[in-house]
Ligand binder design. Structure first.
Ligand SMILES: CC(C)(COP(=O)(O)OP(=O)(O)OC[C@H]1O[C@@H](n2cnc3c(N)ncnc32)[C@H](O)[C@@H]1OP(=O)(O)O)[C@@H](O)C(=O)NCCC(=O)NCCS
Length: 197
Protein backbone atom coordinates (compact mmCIF):
# COMPACT_ATOMS: atom_id res chain seq x y z
CA UNK A 1 0.00 0.00 0.00
CA UNK A 2 2.77 2.38 1.07
CA UNK A 3 4.79 1.41 -2.02
CA UNK A 4 1.79 2.06 -4.29
CA UNK A 5 1.27 5.48 -2.73
CA UNK A 6 4.94 6.43 -3.15
CA UNK A 7 4.90 5.18 -6.76
CA UNK A 8 1.78 7.18 -7.49
CA UNK A 9 3.37 10.28 -5.94
CA UNK A 10 6.59 9.88 -7.98
CA UNK A 11 4.62 9.41 -11.19
CA UNK A 12 2.49 12.46 -10.52
CA UNK A 13 5.45 14.80 -9.97
CA UNK A 14 7.64 13.30 -12.72
CA UNK A 15 6.43 15.47 -15.52
CA UNK A 16 8.39 17.41 -18.13
CA UNK A 17 9.59 20.90 -17.16
CA UNK A 18 9.30 23.52 -19.86
CA UNK A 19 11.00 26.92 -20.30
CA UNK A 20 11.03 29.24 -23.32
CA UNK A 21 14.02 27.44 -24.89
CA UNK A 22 14.12 24.09 -23.12
CA UNK A 23 12.23 20.92 -22.29
CA UNK A 24 13.54 18.99 -19.30
CA UNK A 25 12.50 15.32 -19.33
CA UNK A 26 12.87 12.86 -16.43
CA UNK A 27 15.84 10.65 -17.32
CA UNK A 28 15.07 7.17 -18.73
CA UNK A 29 17.15 4.21 -19.81
CA UNK A 30 16.84 5.43 -23.40
CA UNK A 31 19.03 8.41 -22.40
CA UNK A 32 21.98 6.18 -21.44
CA UNK A 33 23.73 6.39 -24.86
CA UNK A 34 23.52 10.20 -24.82
CA UNK A 35 24.91 10.38 -21.27
CA UNK A 36 27.65 7.87 -22.06
CA UNK A 37 28.72 9.74 -25.21
CA UNK A 38 28.74 13.22 -23.67
CA UNK A 39 29.31 12.99 -19.91
CA UNK A 40 32.43 10.85 -20.43
CA UNK A 41 34.49 13.89 -21.44
CA UNK A 42 37.32 15.47 -19.51
CA UNK A 43 35.76 18.96 -19.74
CA UNK A 44 32.99 17.58 -17.48
CA UNK A 45 34.65 14.78 -15.51
CA UNK A 46 37.41 17.07 -14.22
CA UNK A 47 34.80 19.05 -12.27
CA UNK A 48 33.37 15.92 -10.64
CA UNK A 49 34.73 13.83 -7.79
CA UNK A 50 34.47 10.40 -6.25
CA UNK A 51 32.37 8.29 -6.83
CA UNK A 52 32.36 9.50 -10.46
CA UNK A 53 35.08 7.32 -12.13
CA UNK A 54 38.19 9.16 -13.35
CA UNK A 55 40.17 9.44 -15.57
CA UNK A 56 38.57 6.50 -17.43
CA UNK A 57 34.79 6.47 -17.49
CA UNK A 58 33.73 2.82 -17.97
CA UNK A 59 31.83 1.82 -21.11
CA UNK A 60 28.81 0.80 -19.04
CA UNK A 61 29.13 3.84 -16.73
CA UNK A 62 25.89 5.54 -17.72
CA UNK A 63 23.70 2.43 -17.64
CA UNK A 64 25.18 1.32 -14.33
CA UNK A 65 24.63 4.78 -12.84
CA UNK A 66 21.00 4.84 -13.98
CA UNK A 67 20.13 1.29 -12.93
CA UNK A 68 22.08 1.04 -9.69
CA UNK A 69 21.89 4.60 -8.39
CA UNK A 70 19.35 6.86 -10.08
CA UNK A 71 16.30 4.63 -10.51
CA UNK A 72 16.31 3.15 -6.97
CA UNK A 73 16.82 6.62 -5.49
CA UNK A 74 14.10 8.14 -7.66
CA UNK A 75 11.78 5.32 -6.59
CA UNK A 76 12.56 6.34 -3.00
CA UNK A 77 11.83 9.99 -3.83
CA UNK A 78 15.36 11.23 -3.13
CA UNK A 79 16.94 11.84 -6.56
CA UNK A 80 15.41 13.48 -9.65
CA UNK A 81 17.65 13.93 -12.71
CA UNK A 82 16.36 15.46 -15.94
CA UNK A 83 17.74 15.53 -19.48
CA UNK A 84 17.93 19.09 -20.83
CA UNK A 85 16.59 19.24 -24.39
CA UNK A 86 16.29 22.01 -26.94
CA UNK A 87 12.55 22.80 -26.98
CA UNK A 88 12.25 23.11 -30.74
CA UNK A 89 13.53 19.64 -31.67
CA UNK A 90 14.10 17.76 -28.37
CA UNK A 91 17.85 17.47 -29.03
CA UNK A 92 19.47 16.30 -25.76
CA UNK A 93 22.07 18.81 -24.55
CA UNK A 94 22.92 17.90 -20.95
CA UNK A 95 21.47 17.11 -17.58
CA UNK A 96 20.42 18.73 -14.31
CA UNK A 97 19.43 16.86 -11.19
CA UNK A 98 18.46 17.32 -7.58
CA UNK A 99 19.20 14.90 -4.78
CA UNK A 100 18.12 14.82 -1.14
CA UNK A 101 21.02 15.55 1.18
CA UNK A 102 19.72 15.72 4.73
CA UNK A 103 16.28 16.50 6.07
CA UNK A 104 14.83 19.29 3.90
CA UNK A 105 18.13 20.19 2.22
CA UNK A 106 18.73 19.09 -1.37
CA UNK A 107 21.77 19.42 -3.62
CA UNK A 108 21.95 20.11 -7.34
CA UNK A 109 24.36 18.98 -10.08
CA UNK A 110 24.45 19.77 -13.80
CA UNK A 111 26.43 19.51 -17.03
CA UNK A 112 26.10 20.43 -20.70
CA UNK A 113 27.77 18.95 -23.77
CA UNK A 114 30.49 21.31 -25.03
CA UNK A 115 28.72 22.67 -28.12
CA UNK A 116 25.80 23.92 -26.04
CA UNK A 117 27.77 25.91 -23.44
CA UNK A 118 27.92 29.69 -23.26
CA UNK A 119 24.31 30.27 -24.40
CA UNK A 120 22.73 30.69 -20.98
CA UNK A 121 20.94 27.34 -21.19
CA UNK A 122 22.06 26.16 -17.77
CA UNK A 123 20.85 29.19 -15.77
CA UNK A 124 17.47 28.72 -17.51
CA UNK A 125 17.42 25.00 -16.66
CA UNK A 126 18.56 25.58 -13.07
CA UNK A 127 15.84 28.12 -12.27
CA UNK A 128 13.16 25.88 -13.79
CA UNK A 129 14.43 22.87 -11.83
CA UNK A 130 14.54 24.86 -8.60
CA UNK A 131 10.93 25.90 -9.18
CA UNK A 132 9.96 22.28 -9.83
CA UNK A 133 11.72 21.21 -6.60
CA UNK A 134 10.09 23.83 -4.39
CA UNK A 135 6.67 23.18 -5.93
CA UNK A 136 6.77 19.39 -5.77
CA UNK A 137 8.72 18.53 -2.63
CA UNK A 138 9.11 19.79 0.94
CA UNK A 139 12.62 21.09 0.14
CA UNK A 140 13.52 24.19 2.14
CA UNK A 141 17.10 24.70 0.92
CA UNK A 142 18.94 23.78 -2.25
CA UNK A 143 22.75 23.70 -2.12
CA UNK A 144 25.16 23.86 -5.05
CA UNK A 145 28.93 23.40 -4.77
CA UNK A 146 31.60 23.89 -7.40
CA UNK A 147 35.35 23.34 -7.48
CA UNK A 148 37.00 26.71 -6.73
CA UNK A 149 38.49 26.99 -10.21
CA UNK A 150 35.22 26.12 -12.00
CA UNK A 151 34.37 29.67 -13.08
CA UNK A 152 31.65 28.61 -15.54
CA UNK A 153 29.72 26.83 -12.80
CA UNK A 154 30.20 29.72 -10.34
CA UNK A 155 28.81 32.05 -13.03
CA UNK A 156 25.65 29.92 -13.18
CA UNK A 157 25.23 30.20 -9.42
CA UNK A 158 25.64 33.97 -9.67
CA UNK A 159 23.24 34.35 -12.60
CA UNK A 160 20.58 32.32 -10.80
CA UNK A 161 21.03 34.59 -7.76
CA UNK A 162 22.14 31.94 -5.30
CA UNK A 163 23.57 33.04 -1.95
CA UNK A 164 27.33 32.51 -1.61
CA UNK A 165 28.42 30.93 1.67
CA UNK A 166 32.18 30.82 1.17
CA UNK A 167 35.03 28.52 0.26
CA UNK A 168 35.26 25.21 2.14
CA UNK A 169 37.56 22.15 2.03
CA UNK A 170 36.40 19.63 -0.59
CA UNK A 171 36.62 16.10 0.70
CA UNK A 172 37.19 14.13 -1.50
CA UNK A 173 38.99 16.58 -3.80
CA UNK A 174 37.76 17.23 -7.34
CA UNK A 175 39.27 15.22 -10.19
CA UNK A 176 40.90 18.45 -11.47
CA UNK A 177 42.91 18.57 -8.24
CA UNK A 178 41.00 21.34 -6.46
CA UNK A 179 40.79 20.67 -2.74
CA UNK A 180 38.31 23.46 -2.01
CA UNK A 181 34.86 24.33 -3.24
CA UNK A 182 32.54 27.30 -3.39
CA UNK A 183 29.30 26.62 -1.55
CA UNK A 184 26.07 28.32 -2.62
CA UNK A 185 22.43 27.92 -1.71
CA UNK A 186 18.91 28.96 -2.56
CA UNK A 187 16.26 28.78 0.15
CA UNK A 188 12.58 28.30 -0.66
CA UNK A 189 11.89 31.79 0.68
CA UNK A 190 14.66 33.42 -1.39
CA UNK A 191 13.57 31.56 -4.52
CA UNK A 192 10.01 32.83 -4.17
CA UNK A 193 11.23 36.39 -3.55
CA UNK A 194 13.75 36.37 -6.43
CA UNK A 195 12.05 34.26 -9.09
CA UNK A 196 8.47 33.56 -8.01
CA UNK A 197 6.93 30.13 -7.63
C1 LIG B 1 28.91 24.95 -15.95
C2 LIG B 1 28.06 24.84 -17.22
C3 LIG B 1 26.91 23.91 -16.95
C4 LIG B 1 27.55 26.24 -17.58
O1 LIG B 1 26.44 26.13 -18.45
P1 LIG B 1 26.16 27.24 -19.60
O2 LIG B 1 24.79 27.02 -20.13
O3 LIG B 1 27.30 27.21 -20.52
O4 LIG B 1 26.14 28.55 -18.73
P2 LIG B 1 26.25 30.04 -19.32
O5 LIG B 1 25.96 30.06 -20.78
O6 LIG B 1 25.43 30.89 -18.41
O7 LIG B 1 27.78 30.37 -19.13
C5 LIG B 1 28.36 30.32 -17.87
C6 LIG B 1 29.78 30.71 -17.97
O8 LIG B 1 30.46 29.76 -18.79
C7 LIG B 1 31.56 30.40 -19.45
N1 LIG B 1 31.38 30.24 -20.90
C8 LIG B 1 30.87 31.08 -21.79
N2 LIG B 1 30.91 30.57 -23.03
C9 LIG B 1 31.44 29.37 -22.93
C10 LIG B 1 31.73 28.35 -23.86
N3 LIG B 1 31.47 28.49 -25.16
N4 LIG B 1 32.26 27.20 -23.39
C11 LIG B 1 32.51 27.06 -22.08
N5 LIG B 1 32.26 27.98 -21.17
C12 LIG B 1 31.73 29.13 -21.58
C13 LIG B 1 31.51 31.83 -19.05
O9 LIG B 1 32.32 32.01 -17.92
C14 LIG B 1 30.05 32.02 -18.66
O10 LIG B 1 29.82 33.07 -17.77
P3 LIG B 1 29.55 34.54 -18.37
O11 LIG B 1 28.41 34.43 -19.33
O12 LIG B 1 29.21 35.31 -17.13
O13 LIG B 1 30.81 34.96 -19.01
C15 LIG B 1 28.89 24.26 -18.40
O14 LIG B 1 30.00 25.08 -18.60
C16 LIG B 1 29.36 22.84 -18.16
O15 LIG B 1 28.65 21.89 -18.45
N6 LIG B 1 30.58 22.68 -17.61
C17 LIG B 1 31.14 21.34 -17.35
C18 LIG B 1 30.42 20.59 -16.23
C19 LIG B 1 30.37 21.37 -14.94
O16 LIG B 1 31.28 22.10 -14.61
N7 LIG B 1 29.28 21.19 -14.18
C20 LIG B 1 29.10 21.87 -12.92
C21 LIG B 1 29.78 21.13 -11.83
S1 LIG B 1 29.61 22.03 -10.28
Amino acid sequence: MMYALVAFYQESILSNITTPRLTLTPVTLADAPFIQANFADDSILRWMRHPVPYPVYPEDGAITFLEKVVFPQREAGTHFPFIIRRAEDATPMGSVGVKLDTDHTWEMGFWLAGQFRGKGYMPEAVIATMRWLFKNTTAEVLEISNAVSNDASAAVQQKTRCDFHGVFPANPPYHCGDTENDVWSMSRQSFIARHGL
